[in-house]
Design a protein around this ligand. Structure first.
Ligand code: ATP
Ligand code: MG
Length: 308
C-alpha cells in the first residue's frame, strides 16, 4: 500500500490533522491557526467551510468527520492500474471511501491521474487493474463489464464527451434508459412515454428540444456537450455519478444550470464524485470531502476539507 500523505480535515468545532497513519490527532480549534493565514488563503478556507456548511452533517462521534451510520457506496482500496498498451503503471495505490448520500470532490494538478482513476472505475479498456479492490454497493466492481457497472448505478460524465455520429440523441437516451428499466424488471417506455419522461429533464438542464434530434454530441459546443452529459445523468439516474470536469468550458449561467440539475437529482442515498480544478463549482455543488490527487505519488490524500 502506498503511503498516504498528510491531510487535513476542518470542522466548525475542531481542526483535525490526519497523519499518514490511520489515527487522527485532534488539536484545538481553527481559530488559533487563522493569524498565520494570509488574507487570500483565509478567504479561500472560509469559503470552503461555508460551502460545505449546508451538507448533511456527519456525526460528531466520527474521527474523520464521517457519518458512521451511512452505508459505504464505493470503497476503493490500494487500487493499482497500468496502461494496457504500454504496461506503464498509472494508478499507484488509491484509497477512497464514498458513503451513500455524500458529495466528494477530487482536485489535483494536470496529469495527476484524476480522469484515469475515473476511467478505471467505469472499466475503460485502455487500463488494466493490477491490484487492490473496488467494492460498489457491496459487489466487486472490478468483476463487472463496463455496461454492468452502468446498469448497477455507476455513471460517468467524461471530461471530453464523445460524439456518436449517426446516433440520434433521443434514441440513444431511450435505449440506455430502457436497458436500465429491463435491469430493474420494469416495463420499457415507448417513444411517446419516453418523450413525456424526458421533457421536464430538458428544462432542468435548460436544453432546447432540438438537441434531442441531433446526433449524440455531434457539432455540440463544449457547454452543450456538458449539458448533454447531465441530461444523460438526469435521465438514467445513478447511485454514484462521477463528473469529470463538468465545469470546464461553461459560462456562469451554464454552470449554474448544470449544478442545479446535479443538485436536483441528489438524494440521501446517491452520491457524487466530482473532479474539478475550480472552487467555483464547489460553490454550486457543495462537497463534504475534497481529496487531492498527488502528482508525484499519483495517490489520493484522504479527506481534504469537510465539515462535521
Ligand atoms: N491511455 C493512455 N496512454 C498514455 N498515457 C496516458 C493514458 N491515459 C492517461 N495517460 C497519462 O496519465 C497521466 C494522467 O492523466 P489523466 O488524464 O488521468 O490526468 P488528469 O489528472 O485528469 O489531468 P487533467 O487535470 O489535465 O485533466 C497523464 O500524464 C496522461 O498523459
Ligand atoms: Mg482529467
Amino acid at each position: 500500500m502506498a503511503a498516504l500523505l498528510p491531510c487535513t480535515h476542518f470542522s466548525s468545532a475542531k481542526f483535525t490533522f490526519l497523519p499518514s497513519s490511520s489515527s487522527a490527532i485532534t488539536i484545538p480549534a481553527l481559530r488559533p491557526l487563522r493569524p498565520r493565514l494570509n488574507h487570500r488563503r483565509r478567504l479561500s478556507l472560509n469559503s470552503i467551510r461555508a460551502s460545505v456548511s449546508t451538507v448533511d452533517s456527519p456525526l460528531a462521534s466520527s474521527t474523520d468527520g464521517r457519518d458512521e451510520k451511512k452505508k459505504p457506496l464505493l470503497q476503493v482500496t490500494d487500487l493499482t492500474a497500468i496502461i494496457a498498451e504500454s504496461r506503464q503503471e498509472i494508478i499507484k495505490g488509491v484509497n477512497l471511501l464514498v458513503n451513500e448520500g455524500e458529495i466528494h470532490a477530487i482536485m489535483g494538478k494536470n496529469g495527476s491521474g484524476k480522469s484515469t482513476l475515473s476511467k478505471v472505475l467505469v472499466g475503460h479498456p485502455d487500463y488494466e487493474v493490477t491490484g487492490g479492490s473496488v467494492i460498489f454497493k457491496g459487489e466487486n466492481l472490478l468483476e463487472m463489464e463496463p455496461e454492468e457497472r452502468s446498469l448497477a448505478g455507476l455513471f460517468m460524465s467524461f471530461q471530453s464527451p464523445v460524439e456518436i455520429p449517426g446516433v440520434n440523441n433521443i434514441d440513444f437516451l431511450q435505449m440506455a434508459y430502457n436497458a436500465r428499466r429491463r435491469q430493474l424488471g420494469e416495463p420499457e417506455l415507448g417513444p411517446i412515454e419516453f418523450y413525456a419522461y424526458i421533457y421536464p429533464k430538458l428544462e432542468l438542464v435548460n436544453m432546447k428540444t432540438d438537441f434531442l434530434n441531433r446526433n449524440v454530441n455531434e457539432g455540440f459546443s463544449g457547454g452543450e456537450k456538458k449539458r448533454n452529459e447531465i441530461l444523460q445523468l438526469a435521465v438514467l439516474g445513478a447511485d454514484l455519478a462521477i463528473l469529470d470536469e463538468i465545469d470546464s468550458g461553461l459560462d456562469v449561467d451554464a454552470l449554474r444550470d448544470v449544478a442545479q440539475a446535479v443538485n436536483g437529482i441528489l438524494t440521501s442515498k446517491n452520491s457524487v464524485l466530482m473532479i474539478t480544478h475550480y472552487r467555483r463549482l464547489l460553490e454550486f455543488i457543495k462537497p463534504a470531502f475534497i481529496h487531492i490527487m498527488d502528482l508525484a505519488w499519483n495517490i489520493m490524500n484522504c479527506c481534504g476539507f469537510g465539515m462535521t
